[in-house]
Design a protein around this ligand. Structure first.
Ligand code: PSV
Ligand code: MN
Ligand code: MN
Length: 406
């Protein structure tokens, strides 16, 4: 059944001029990092919902993440958030990860949950508070060294709520100074990913409010600093794929935090609200992977794909599986875009043909392709069904209620 569906798919795509073997190689190379905080209890600012079976510590979060990797084969690393995942001995945590077949990925310093940070962290007017924030990031760089991670992923809650509350330019200068000290502490193989968000928790102005501000900081800091695009962090109607294309062209796209949004930073399952946007983001990446400039191709090949979602009404592991499978699906569809056909239509300024060449790829059913790729990766053809049939979800209920939050 799978075979005949795949044979048909392969023939159909080959006739369209798509190299299916190459598509499969790209799909096998895709790695998506899942966030430790996606396995903990979470909620909204109104309520944290406690589920039964939630990991009680960072070690158990890794055990849940290992399930996602076990059933998909494409999630070998886990992002940590410090101090949410604070442990006595990070080398021991790394060993635990390695026993589970995982590595530890991006280290996310937390600069938003201390009373001291009420008026900001790296941008704070008070030198002592900036010092505290910088020291925390430096500590995270040490954690990264210990666990062999090469990514520090920085998001700031810094901003103001009222005009005049603080000097916007003054804060910009303080931010750059703080970042410079952090940048200098990076090991040569490390990358500093700078994440932006246009609002929340600050509502009047945010110190890193958009990609331009993050880009400006990254550019001035140097080649080890890049921009992180969290898909939920944009105003309604923003053309996120244009930002992706622009950053790729400047070789400053560090990574993604995938999620879906409807109104604000909702952190819904990626691909659940606007799958076409996700597909169009991958179209830009796909095009960059085939660029004539080495540097652009290299940037496209080194993007850190990460999920940033804290599911509050969904069961955690299936929600993470759904997210990963959605990313894989829309990447697969983007790989079916015939770039030569698009280029030809562009040269002829045939708007409808160009749009059609993009949309056509989106409309194919990639299930047979993904089933074959998964078979070749040695994972179940239907990871969600296989996980639900396993007894893992039942077994973890013994952990009881009251696990770790975020
Ligand atoms: C902030 O909204 C954010 O996207 C940052 O990446 C944080 O580290 C993360 O969410 C926390 O969930
Ligand atoms: Mn994020
Ligand atoms: Mn966010």
């Amino acid at each position: 059944m799978v075979d005949s569906a795949y044979t048909l798919f392969e023939r159909q795509q080959t006739e369209r001029g798509i190299d299916v073997e190459q598509v499969k190689e790209h799909l096998k190379a895709l790695k998506i990092e899942t966030p430790s905080w996606g396995y903990g209890d979470s909620g909204t600012r109104f309520k944290v919902f406690k589920q039964t079976g939630i990991p009680r510590n960072a070690f158990e979060k890794l055990e849940d993440a290992a399930q996602v990797h076990h059933f998909t084969g494409i999630c070998p690393s886990v992002a940590l958030h410090i101090p949410w995942d604070k442990v006595e001995d990070y080398a021991q945590l790394q060993q635990h990860a390695s026993h589970l077949g995982l590595t530890l990925g991006a280290i996310n310093p937390n600069l938003f949950q201390e009373d001291d940070y009420i008026f900001g962290s790296l941008c704070n007017l008070q030198p002592a508070i900036r010092r505290r924030a910088i020291d925390h990031v430096l500590e995270c760089i040490e954690v990264a060294r210990t666990v062999n991670s090469s990514i520090i992923s920085l998001w700031l809650a810094d901003g103001t709520n009222y005009p005049g509350q603080d000097s916007i330019r003054g804060r910009k200068h303080r931010l750059f100074e703080s970042l410079q000290e952090i940048y200098q502490a990076l090991a040569p193989e490390m990358r500093l990913l700078i994440e932006y968000k246009f609002f929340e928790p600050a509502f009047y102005h945010t110190d890193l409010g958009d990609w331009g501000m993050a880009y400006n900081m990254a550019l001035k800091l140097g080649p080890q600093a890049e921009v992180l695009v969290d898909t939920g962090h944009h105003a309604q109607g923003t053309n996120v794929e244009q930002i992706v294309a622009y950053l790729l062209d400047e070789q400053k796209l560090g990574g993604f935090h995938f999620n879906s949004r409807k109104y604000a930073d909702d952190d819904l399952i990626v691909g659940s609200v606007n799958p076409y946007e996700l597909f169009l983001i991958f179209y830009q990446i796909r095009e960059a992977l085939a660029d004539s400039q080495d540097a652009v191709r290299q940037n496209a090949a080194n993007i850190a794909y990460m999920i940033d979602q804290s599911h509050c009404i969904e069961p955690k592991i299936p929600a993470m599986l759904r997210s990963v499978l959605n990313v894989q699906t829309y990447y697969a569809k983007a790989l079916l875009i015939n770039l030569a056909e698009v280029r030809q239509a562009q040269e002829q300024q045939d708007v409808l043909a160009a749009e059609s060449a993009i949309r056509e790829a989106f409309e194919f059913d990639v299930t047979p392709l993904l089933q074959v790729v998964r078979e070749e990766l040695g994972v179940p053809a239907d990871p969600m069904r296989a996980y639900l049939k396993s007894d893992y979800g039942q077994r973890i209920l013994a952990r009881g209620k009251g696990g770790a939050s975020w």
